[in-house]
Design a binder for this molecule. Structure first.
Ligand SMILES: Cc1cc2nc3c(=O)[nH]c(=O)nc-3n(C[C@H](O)[C@H](O)[C@H](O)COP(=O)(O)O)c2cc1C
Length: 159
């Protein structure tokens, strides 16, 4: 018997993870983005990562196999950027400083790490699509990560 939605959310909500903004350009060339915690390293040879995007998300149909997207791992002081890219603001890129990666995906300035990928697969996973990306380019900043879990933003405290 499957668990209830509330039990599922309660269990998964205990996991603390880094916060990313996944960015790409739509068919008209406009920058788009969405706050995502479902980002995972998948393979080393070849270098693959994955993100899971809700079918209902407004950016969902901007992803396509063969296209490019970027994952921006936010820095601790970029909580407002996470909120902006999780909001229903019509232009989530308003006021967001960014630089285009070699493949054209927006790298958010000040992010701890930015990774540009070529989308190699779109796999169904319940009410989300798993987009697999082959990593083509990375950029790093000396910054601490923004974390999210247990219903709130968190910061690293070293043991
Ligand atoms: C901390 C956090 C993590 C999120 N992670 C995901 C995710 O992994 N996948 C996803 O599709 N949406 C995720 N969301 C929700 C989206 O960022 C966004 O709120 C939603 O897609 C808005 O829908 P719209 O694009 O249709 O306006 C997350 C939101 C927050 C605040």
């Amino acid at each position: 018997m499957a668990v209830s939605a509330d039990e599922f959310k309660q269990a998964l909500g205990t996991l603390v993870s880094g916060v990313t903004v996944v960015t790409l350009n739509n068919a008209a060339g406009a920058p788009r983005g969405i706050t995502v915690t479902s980002f995972t390293s998948l393979s080393l040879e070849p270098p693959l990562v994955l993100v899971c995007i809700d079918h209902r998300a407004s950016v969902h149909d901007d992803f396509h196999v063969g296209g490019r997207f970027a994952i921006n791992l936010l820095a601790a002081e970029q909580q407002s950027i996470s909120n902006q890219f999780a909001s229903s603001a019509p232009d989530r890129f308003a006021g967001i400083a960014h630089t285009l990666a070699p493949g054209g995906s927006p790298f958010i300035d000040g992010a701890m790490t930015s990774i540009e990928c070529r989308c190699t697969a779109a796999l169904e996973g319940g009410d989300h699509t798993i987009f697999v990306g082959e990593v083509e380019c990375t950029r790093f900043n000396d910054a601490e990560p923004l974390l999210y879990g247990q219903g709130k933003y968190q910061r690293i405290t070293r043991a």
